[in-house]
Design a protein around this ligand. Structure first.
Ligand code: ADP
Ligand code: ZN
Ligand code: MG
Length: 493
């Protein structure tokens, strides 16, 4: 019997706000343990929460970015449970009335577009962090009360690779929207992986197994690569699967049972009595929808159609947003955006990387810590963006060869001078003067009689060698088309 996998993901994302969800404490990573805390986020009796307006906006913004509907009535609920990292003994979340619902995410997968439906994205709060030492454990509450979005997908994914691509696409969307910094290293994105298997073609879903708290996308992929065959093997051997929660052991590369699945009633959810329901007004929604940005996939597709870019170039511009913006401003003014893209990706980006490395090592030598170091950016460029258009124009009109243009670019990058001026000052203009080129051709033929004879005997490759010689004599400035024509004419005489 053949089996297929069914996967649904619950992704937790920390929102990019200055303060926490219900109090004024800083939402900041890396502070000394328990330094960003107050009676509210420590869950002291009698305190009252005040909702963070920006977190509400980022939640609804996410809803828009994920094509969700925004219900006119949402509310907060208490999810009750005991654990040392939850001082209040409950977590505030949105249970049956979430702020966003019924959306989808689209992303590229295996040469096509995959669409994964989003059940809901609801707002909740992060909890503290248990830290285990040799002889004792501690709790750091700095993270407690940080606004957290839970994005729940429908069980639409069918393979570990597709789940991995979905997670990356989701992260790119949230980064683009400015919803979260999505720094995996700082635990800003974590996910629970739900997976079941069923005989191929069967409609009914198999027993769901949840793998909790994955903190890397590659970990989620590996856990699925382990878990799916495990489930299939169990069924194939006549065994039975139970709905349960498992843990991924990254070192051993296996999943193991944590507990049998808890049920919703175990949490005794009830409406949070200290918070009003959330009913966004039209002007408020309009303000949030004004913050919607073009999604990464849409941008890639637009760059491919509007500027005739190959997928790889378009992708580079999607990943590197400032580079993409720099390119687009130029591409709009150019008849040949693909050439402009080549200059921006192959030359400009490479030079900027180099300049950044120099800048960073200079600062490191001065003892400046990495997080305080300045990065080389577009505002540090000495030349005007039009310089690149000018350069493309000089090559297109045949005034300079594309090889010389490389040198002109380097000079422009260093001095900030315009290509026209550099070409003029350094006498780099391509020689199209037939008299001068004729002289170089005669000299090349005279100096290489064997190659000339080879060409006359039918060896076409010999012509390329002679072209190279003429180029050398002209110091790279002869117009290559003219050289070819003239050499051939002379050799056939
Ligand atoms: P629970 O009530 O246990 O939280 P939900 O129905 O809310 O379960 O689903 C939680 C996540 O598990 C969702 O992402 C959903 O797509 C996924 N899921 C649900 N049933 C299955 C299944 N049989 N196999 C794989 N994933 C599933
Ligand atoms: Zn606080
Ligand atoms: Mg659920």
């Amino acid at each position: 019997m053949e089996y297929e996998a069914v996967i649904g993901l619950e992704t937790h994302v920390q929102l990019k706000t200055k303060s926490k969800m219900w109090c004024g404490c800083a939402n900041a990573f890396g502070a000394a343990p328990n330094s960003n805390v107050c009676p509210v986020c420590l869950g002291m009796p009698g305190v009252l929460p005040v909702a963070n307006g920006e977190a509400l906006k980022l939640t609804v913004l996410t809803g828009y970015l994920l094509n969700c509907s925004i219900p006119s009535h949402a509310k907060f609920d208490r999810k009750n449970y005991f654990y040392p990292d939850v001082a209040k003994n409950y977590q505030v979340t949105q249970y049956d009335k979430p702020s966003t619902a019924n959306g989808y995410v689209e992303f590229e997968f295996e040469g096509g577009i995959s669409r994964v439906r989003i059940t809901r994205a609801h707002l909740e709060e992060d909890v503290g962090k248990n830290i285990h030492f040799d002889r004792f454990s501690g709790v750091d509450f700095n993270r407690a009360g940080v606004p957290l979005l839970e994005i729940v997908s429908e069980p639409d994914l069918t393979s570990p690779e597709q789940a991995y691509e979905y997670l990356n696409a989701l992260k790119d969307i949230l980064l683009y929207g400015g919803v979260s910094d999505c720094d995996m290293e700082k635990g800003m994105v974590r996910c629970d992986v739900n997976v079941s298997v069923r005989p191929k073609g069967q409609k009914e879903l198999g027993k769901k197994i949840e793998i909790k708290n994955m903190n890397s996308f590659s970990g989620a992929r590996r856990a699925l690569e382990y878990e799916i065959p495990r489930q299939i093997e169990t069924l194939t051997n006549g065994g039975q699967l139970f709905q349960e929660t498992r843990r991924w052991d990254d070192v051993a590369g296996i999943t193991e049972v944590m507990r049998s699945k808890e049920m919703a009633h175990d949490y005794r959810y009830f409406p949070e009595p200290d918070l009003m329901p959330f009913e966004p007004t039209e002007p408020w929604l309009a303000e949030v929808s004004g913050r919607v940005v073009e999604l990464p996939l849409a941008k890639k597709q637009r760059f491919m159609t509007d500027y005739q870019l190959p997928a790889g170039d378009a992708q580079s511009f999607v990943w590197d947003r400032p580079l993409g913006e720099y390119f687009e401003a130029l591409a709009k003014r150019s008849k040949n955006p693909k050439t402009v893209a080549n200059w921006v990706i192959n030359n400009l980006r490479a030079k900027m990387t180099e300049a950044n490395e120099t800048l960073v090592s200079e600062q490191a030598a001065m003892g400046i810590e990495p997080e305080d170091q300045q990065k080389f950016s577009f505002s540090d460029l000495k030349f005007k963006p039009e310089g690149i258009l000018e350069l493309v124009g000089l090559v297109e009109s045949g005034k300079i060869s594309s090889k010389i243009a490389q040198d002109v670019f380097v000079e422009m990058f260093q001095s900030g001078e315009s290509p026209e001026i550099i070409v003029q000052k350094k006498g780099l203009a391509q020689v199209s003067d037939t008299g001068a080129i004729e002289k170089f051709c005669d000299d090349a033929i005279a100096a290489n009689p064997n190659s000339a004879a080879d060409f006359r005997a039918g060896k076409v490759a010999a012509l390329n060698f002679l072209k190279g010689q003429v180029m050398k004599l002209s110091k790279g400035k002869a117009n290559p088309n003219l050289i070819g024509e003239m050499l051939e004419k002379k050799l056939k005489e």
